[in-house]
Design a protein around this ligand. Structure first.
Ligand SMILES: [Zn+2]
Length: 279
């Protein structure tokens, strides 16, 4: 059992530390984790658990980090399937045919910001450094989803697109879904200019006026966690079934990579989730 950090739990296995939602741990047929900076082999600005390829860290380091992370958090490296994120809203259903995609096998698609599956032993992997990870679990139909919801994805309601995709593909009832909103830039640190503020203010059905704060001087703070929570509720997920992790990447940049804290000289974090085959 891990130690509590905000509304999540931090566990350590050897040097590797990872975050989980206690609300998901109640279901034995799902395994999930969000990475931290701790326990990898990368150096300098990538120190040390960098899970982002093509940022200047040698591929062999990133691969070794994936192996170490998988070993520590209980995932099988051979079953990883990655997204191909570009801040749009396409949700891809993946199966074992996609094993390795974007990790140890080249990407086969562009513009995949969300992944869903109902197949056991397919490990969904999505990537972050301030954007919002949304974890979805349907405990009735045994299906899962992982969503990369940056400010653009949030404004375009990608979390709702994922719920709709699960309804379509797995006959998920949104009322059954359990959701976790993971570590990202928090309302404390997500400062934006007027054009971004206007995109959120236009989402009047979410009552965004309650979580856009004007600082003066043309600067605003936006709460992406609360926005995603309301988007999930609009999609039919019960309020009681949604956990906001409450961990700000910028405020915890010793533990988590943050674009806003570190700029472009940084590594990347990943979210992982799989259905566990009961046999
Ligand atoms: Zn913060």
């Amino acid at each position: 059992m891990g130690k509590k950090i905000k509304n999540m739990e931090i566990s350590k296995n050897g040097e590797v530390a990872f975050l989980t939602f206690p609300s998901f741990s109640a279901y034995p047929f799902v395994r999930h984790a969000f990475s931290t900076r701790l326990g990898g082999v990368s150096k300098n600005e990538f120190s040390s658990m960098n899970l982002a390829f093509h940022r200047g860290d040698p591929d062999k380091n990133v691969e070794e980090n994936y192996r170490r992370f998988c070993g520590a958090a209980g995932f099988d490296y051979n079953t990883l399937v990655s997204s191909a994120q570009d801040h749009h809203t396409f949700i891809r259903r993946v199966r074992h045919e996609q094993y390795g995609t974007g990790i140890w096998k080249p990407k086969d698609m562009e513009s995949v910001d969300g992944l869903i599956t109902d197949e056991p032993n397919v490990t969904l992997v999505t990537h972050y450094a301030d954007c919002v990870p949304v974890f979805l679990l349907d405990p009735q139909k045994h299906a899962i989803g992982l969503v990369h919801s940056g400010w653009r994805g949030t404004a375009a309601k990608i979390a709702m697109e994922a719920v709709k995709a699960m309804e379509r593909e797995f006959r998920t009832c949104p009322d059954d879904l359990i959701a976790g909103i993971g570590p990202s830039i928090g309302p404390c640190c997500f400062e934006v200019d007027r054009p971004v503020r206007d995109r959120f203010a236009a989402l009047t059905e979410l009552h965004t006026e309650n979580f856009i704060h004007e600082d003066g001087g043309g600067k605003y703070h936006i709460d992406l966690w609360e926005t995603n929570r309301r988007i999930l509720m609009e999609a039919g997920v019960p309020e009681k079934s949604i956990t906001i992790g409450g961990i700000c990447t910028k405020c915890h940049s010793d533990l988590l990579f943050s674009q806003r804290a570190m700029g472009n000289r940084r590594g990347g974090l990943s979210a992982f989730m799989e259905l566990v085959d009961a046999g």
